[in-house]
Design a protein around this ligand. Structure first.
Ligand SMILES: O=C[C@H](O)COP(=O)(O)O
Length: 262
């Protein structure tokens, strides 16, 4: 019998908040959540690079049960790569998670599956856990090829990754048409793709790896819809954008068990 998967809710702050504002948000968030709530649901904040050090200091200084993530990582370990941030630099800041292949990186920074795969491997090489983001655009959804699109992205992102690492990855399914638009996929839409991703993991590795991997849904998640999304059997968490910038709203998302699924 495999261990139950611990829910993981992560707030991706994107390109918002300077380091002073970031500290305030972390302190407000911590004040809105009790220790047991933070232990029951793994809660991760993902600030911009410039706020990582301040947020890490706040988390460690106040002994907060919050995880720390970064929004991107270089595929290179070090060297003459102006503007890049290495996995080693992030690990030194006690960063645990790193987003890889977010749709905004794929769309606005031309990141393809080969680069995403390089970043996944760079993260594992220094002990970071990648949150591998996949998701289809509106055209693909309307064509009805969204499931294959997402499972192909998972396969490409994990190419050459051994089972011992693959079982630790977090996958975020984010339909691009639902990001920041207020349009949420239905819980059934989320379940369809998350289940297909788990089936693909079983094909690529084995059932044990597939059962261990946590799969998040992302795209206009808020307190009002989190319970019904989390009620789906293959959804193990959420990657939250806009709503993670408001402490009360994000805390309420983390406390999803208190809400009634609609
Ligand atoms: O990383 C988070 C996602 O892109 C979702 O963003 P959103 O909650 O603002 O739609």
């Amino acid at each position: 019998m495999s261990e139950p998967r611990k829910p993981i809710i992560a707030g991706n702050w994107k390109m918002n908040l300077n380091h002073f504002e970031a500290i305030l948000l972390v302190q407000k968030l911590a004040a809105s959540l009790t220790e047991p709530q933070l232990t029951e649901v793994e809660t991760v904040v993902i600030p911009p690079f410039t706020a990582l050090r301040s947020v890490q200091t706040a988390i460690e200084g106040d002994k907060l049960a919050l995880g720390l993530g970064a929004q991107d990582v270089s595929k290179h370990p070090s060297g003459a790569y102006t503007g890049e941030i290495s996995g080693g630099m992030l690990a030194k800041l006690n960063v645990s998670y790193v987003l890889v292949g977010h749709s905004e990186r794929r769309e606005y920074h031309d990141e393809d599956d080969v680069l995403v795969n390089g970043k996944v491997k760079a993260a594992f090489a220094v002990g970071l856990t990648p949150i591998l983001c996949v998701g289809e655009g509106l055209v693909t959804r309307e064509e009805g090829t969204h499931v294959a699109h997402c499972t192909n992205q998972v396969q490409a992102g994990l190419a050459g990754v051994k089972a011992e690492h693959a079982r630790q990855v977090v996958i975020a399914y984010e339909p691009v048409w639902a990001i920041g638009t207020g349009k949420t996929a239905t819980p059934e839409d989320a379940q369809e793709v998350c289940k297909a991703i788990r089936v693909k993991l079983a094909e690529l590795y084995d059932g044990e790896v597939a059962e261990a991997v946590r799969i998040q849904y992302g795209g206009s998640v808020k307190a009002a819809n989190i319970a019904s999304i989390m009620a789906q059997p293959d959804v193990d968490g959420a990657l939250v954008g806009g709503a993670s910038l408001e402490a009360d709203e994000f805390a309420s998302i983390v406390r999803f068990r208190e809400h009634v699924a609609r």
